[in-house]
Design a protein around this ligand. Structure first.
Ligand code: GDP
Length: 534
């Protein structure tokens, strides 16, 4: 039995046993391997290694982009659910490439915590740092896993110092590695006074666990070679003096991260991390919304769309909206109010992403992620409720940093192109702007790679070769504010004005000077680099 986290004791047990989280890491640190082991211990699959195989099979089945394979990046985010002891884990996959930061940001709005995986030899890498900063914007609790301890790694104090310094967060060791590289034998479990010994012979075997009665326990010497034991005792004493003790409240507030050391590929340290998520990870949290926030224990169901994915199955032109349930107990067939359009929607075939496959969700609780197939009604940022017109907030759309014009290879097909572009805009894969003067579209993205991804998706999913070309604009700002002032700005600057796919007005330019001028000349108009998606 696990201790129960005490942060929201009043939650119904079905909700209190849920832990919804994402993994953040730099490519190659071991996110995929760790996910496989989670699923292995979650009993979702028999053998580690299957996730990768399954993932690939699924992608081929859905004819998903060759590029994804070629470049080894994961463009599509998905969600996985599995049980572990008394807990239900919902793991939301974050896109791995830095070019997809906006998508990642939105993914992180759907979770209550993040697992930060770092490579013991490399420490905090650029992508880890970026993702961490995104988590910090929301004070998301972070649990850290230092991976690949079976290889030559950095000194433990050095790793902990680096995290503290680079990420400005307190670090407390939950376990302590014994030996490194070829000498690595396992960890001392600081939180439970146990010795965990790694089995190098069988990578899927759970570590042997030995109860230890403090550092003077003679049992230690039985299992830990002498030259490593001295260093362990010395390190642990120093750690006790220099490093903060675990403070569960500080972890929940995002000011402190506990760190576990292990080796995902050897299944080592993974269970301890999972127990840690159970014990110190947050329960489903209150969701900010307008005009009031939504608490998970509320009887009525509410949820919001944080991701839309099209063409998951090429046989259906369907989209799947990924919905995070913010409250209540959802049952299949429920009629929910689609707050943006004020229309009821019968949710008759929701999908739960059980690790083994997609499955119909008969029921789900606050904290869960369900997929709702639809024909485009559901957009990112949409809220579904049992009636009350609540709107979840905090799911922004960022101004793109790169703009390009786009044309269909065959000019007769520009209507098709418009349809394809609108779909990607709704998915959040790109911003699409229709300039008020002239024909054609301008597409905006956050990272250059996205243009390539879009071009190949448009070709594959719509059979439409397209050309991206340089645009005269480099920046986009959403325009809002006093209507008369906005009209005045629009009329005087037609060559700079466009509409996004929601019809909202956008100001396009290549010069910061232009933006400054508008700000100065139109005090009643706001130019913003983000817009709430609703
Ligand atoms: P991702 O890019 O973060 O998903 O990383 P992967 O899980 O694909 O791992 C990257 C590489 O590191 C792969 O070759 C893994 O086999 C390897 N790897 C993962 N975990 C460990 C580990 O604990 N020890 C060692 N030596 N290699 C590992």
């Amino acid at each position: 039995m696990l201790d129960t986290a005490s942060n929201r004791p009043e939650l119904p047990p079905e909700i209190a046993r849920r832990r919804t989280f994402a993994i953040i890491s730099h490519p190659d640190a071991g996110k995929t391997t760790l996910t496989e082991k989670f699923l292995l211990y979650g009993g979702a699959i028999q053998m580690a290694g299957q996730v990768r195989a399954k993932g690939e099979a699924r992608r081929t089945r859905s004819d998903f982009m060759q590029m994804e394979k070629d470049r080894g990046i994961s463009v599509s985010a998905s969600a996985m659910s599995f049980d572990y002891n008394d807990l239900r884990f919902n793991l939301v996959d974050t896109p791995g490439h830095s070019d997809f930061s906006e998508d990642t940001y939105r993914t992180l709005t759907a979770v209550d915590a993040a697992i930060m995986v770092i490579d013991g030899a490399k420490g905090v890498e650029s992508q880890t740092q970026k993702l961490f900063e995104v988590c910090r914007l929301r004070d998301l609790p972070i649990l850290t896993f230092c991976n690949k301890m079976d290889r030559e790694s950095r000194d433990v104090f050095e790793i902990i110092d680096e995290i503290q310094e680079m990420l400005a967060i307190d670090v407390t060791p939950a376990s302590w590695p014994i030996g490194v590289g070829r000498d690595f034998v396992g960890c001392y479990d600081i939180l439970r006074d146990r010795l965990e010994l790694m089995d190098r012979a069988d990578r899927n075997k759970v570590a042997e666990s030995i109860e230890i009665n403090g550092l003077d326990d003679p049992n230690l010497a039985k299992y830990v070679p002498e030259h490593l034991l001295d260093k362990l005792v010395e390190d642990l004493e120093m750690a006790r003096e220099l490093l903060p003790k675990l403070d569960p409240q500080a972890v929940l507030e995002g000011h402190m991260t506990p760190i576990w050391f292990g080796s995902a590929i050897n299944s080592f340290g993974v269970k301890e991390l999972m127990d840690g998520i159970g014990n110190y990870g947050p329960l489903p949290q209150v969701q900010s919304a307008q005009p009031r926030s939504i608490a998970p224990e509320e009887k009525k169901v509410a949820g919001f769309v944080f991701k839309v994915q099209a063409n998951m199955d090429p046989k259906h032109r369907d989209r799947v909206a990924f919905v995070r349930l913010a409250s209540g107990h959802f049952k299949r067939g429920m009629k929910l109010n689609h707050v943006r359009t004020k229309k009821p929607m019968a949710i008759s075939n929701p999908v739960l992403f059980l690790a083994s496959d997609r499955e119909l969700a008969e029921e789900a609780w606050a904290g869960d992620i369900i997929g709702i197939p639809n024909h485009g009604q559901l957009r990112i940022g949409d809220t579904l409720t049992e009636g009350e017109p609540l709107r979840v907030t905090g799911i922004p759309s960022f101004a793109p940093e790169l703009l390009q014009g786009v044309r269909a290879g065959d000019p007769m097909k520009s209507k098709h192109l418009e349809k394809a572009l609108m779909q990607f805009a709704e998915e959040g894969a790109a911003k699409v702007f229709k300039p008020s003067i002239g024909s054609g579209f301008i597409v905006g993205v956050v990272g250059a790679l996205q243009f390539e991804v879009l071009a190949s998706r448009i070709e594959m999913e719509y059979g439409l070769p397209v050309r991206f070309e340089a645009s005269q604009f480099t920046s986009a700002r959403w325009v809002s504010g006093d209507k008369a002032a906005v009209d005045k700005l629009v009329n005087a600057n037609k060559q700079h004005i466009a509409n996004d796919h929601d019809g909202d007005i956008v100001y396009l330019t290549r010069l910061q000077w232009d933006i400054d001028r508008v700000v100065r000349d139109y005090p009643d108009v706001n130019l913003t680099a983000t817009k709430e998606m609703m």
